[in-house]
Design a protein around this ligand. Structure first.
Ligand SMILES: [Zn+2]
Length: 263
């Protein structure tokens, strides 16, 4: 990186999360994500348990998988999908999902629970249909709702396998492959539907403070091979091409926010 040049954001020493505030001052804002969820401090909220989160996906909404250079991303046609209830005052539609992960071992999730990390965290991104489209919603305070799901290492996840098997077809940034089979992203949800919720942000630049976070309490199991498939994706680093990993932002200050629990 030439001195004085504006590096593109990334996760390396030179352009990683601790530098993002230089180009994105909101990185030091009042509702940044992720956070450490301190279970002693969360507040059970009966309105959440009385008004369950409603999640409707379909088996033909997923269109393609792209290597974005910072994660994989499954593009979704949100027609026929919706989430509502729980902490949400409106109906939101699914637009994409992606993940964050480590280099092996137990680090890699963005949210942490009492300081405990998981090897990966999946993000299902939805936009508020009170806006025209996701572009209009993305920077509004109630514009997005993201469901976060922790991955833990265990048995193979048969549903996720159909997606993780496609990673070998998109090794490099901008590589894209169509999804030509039926895949229902609901298969990625844990069986238990307990969650924590709080107001936060995108965890990548431009870090807009527009996300109602819904972090599922129960992790889902994926195999060591499926975690390795994430790391088989490639990205550009300041020192050349490398295995995509450690693409997570560490927890940010809570700044007095309340984290509510549905359970
Ligand atoms: Zn994410």
């Amino acid at each position: 990186m030439a001195p004085g040049s504006n590096p593109v954001w990334g996760y390396s020493q030179q352009n990683g999360p601790s530098t993002w505030h230089e180009q994105y001052p909101v990185a030091k804002g009042q509702r940044q994500s992720p956070i450490d969820i301190v279970t002693d401090k969360v507040e059970f909220d009966r309105t959440l348990s009385d008004n369950p989160l409603n999640i409707i996906y379909s088996n033909n909404c997923c269109q393609s998988v792209t290597n974005t250079g910072a994660s994989f991303q499954v593009a979704v046609d949100g027609t026929g999908t919706e989430i509502s209830g729980g902490p949400l005052d409106n109906t939101y539609k699914l637009v994409q999902f992606h993940a964050h992960w480590g280099h092996g071992g137990n680090e890699g999730s963005e949210h942490t629970v009492d300081g405990v990390t998981y090897p990966a965290e999946l993000h299902l991104v939805h936009w508020n249909t009170k806006y025209k489209d996701v572009t209009e919603a993305v920077d509004k305070s109630d514009g997005l709702a993201v469901i976060g799901i922790f991955f833990t290492e265990g048995k193979e996840h048969a549903g996720f396998k159909s997606v993780s098997d496609l990673f070998s077809k998109v090794p490099r940034k901008t590589d894209k492959v169509d999804i030509k089979f039926k895949f229902d992203p609901a298969c990625l949800l844990p069986a238990g539907r307990d969650y924590w919720t709080y107001l936060g942000s995108l965890t990548t630049p431009p870090l807009f403070e527009s996300v109602t976070w819904i972090v599922m309490k129960d992790p889902v199991e994926v195999s060591a091979e499926q975690l390795a498939a994430l790391r088989s994706l490639l990205w550009e680093t300041p020192s050349g091409e490398g295995q995509m990993c450690n693409n997570y932002r560490p927890p940010q200050p809570l700044q007095g926010r309340l984290v509510r629990a549905s359970f």
